[in-house]
Design a protein. Structure first.
Length: 190
């Protein structure tokens, strides 16, 4: 198996649909089916079963699909570690961004970032603020840009390791966060 197979398995498990997975990965359904059969041959077990309601993962297939995320993350870590051994900043940043922020502010930020760090790539996932929060919370992205209180009642925002705040240069924090009177940059750094 190679990196593409792990990505394919992770997506197939998430979407539980061959057509949707093929579309997301920009490959044909027959090509996807061929990769599935190759994996089944390699492990000598069926990993999915087809039925009238779509596909269902076998126990072995579920195990492989759950390992896929770990394998993808481990490969990413190895690549970034090796690339960073020469102390040059390289790699891929995954970020989740609310739709409005992605449309209005993100292009300029990414352009400036790319000028400063030309060997760093980025993967952007857009969605509603609540979806972006879930991406960060579930460690699918490194960080997210959201608007408003989107962390939900049953979640603890402080469980996230680091929180960064981006504000326009001339806008005060108290105007951006009206529920947090007395909040300033100095207090946020502590």
């Amino acid at each position: 198996m190679d990196d593409r197979d792990w990505v394919m398995l992770e997506n197939l498990y998430f979407h539980n649909n061959i057509s949707k997975t093929a579309q997301i990965l920009y490959i044909s359904q027959p090509a996807l089916t061929k990769r599935i059969k190759h994996i089944e041959k390699e492990f000598q077990v069926p990993i999915i079963e087809r039925g009238t309601r779509g596909i269902r993962f076998t126990a072995e297939g579920e195990y492989l699909a759950k390992c896929a995320g770990e394998m993808i993350e481990r490969m990413r870590q190895m690549k970034e570690t090796i690339w960073n051994m020469n102390q040059e900043v390289v790699g891929t940043i995954r970020l989740g961004v609310s739709n409005i922020f992605a449309k209005n502010m993100l292009p300029n930020i990414l352009r400036l970032f790319k000028n400063r760090y030309p060997r760093v790539d980025y993967e952007v996932i857009t969605g509603l603020s609540s979806e972006v929060y879930n991406l960060v919370y579930n460690k699918k992205v490194y960080f997210g840009f959201v608007r408003g209180d989107s962390h939900g009642r049953n979640r603890n925002v402080s469980s996230l390791k680091k929180i960064f705040v981006l504000l326009p240069r001339k806008k005060s924090i108290s105007n951006s966060f009206p529920n947090c009177r007395g909040l300033n940059i100095k207090r946020m750094r502590t």
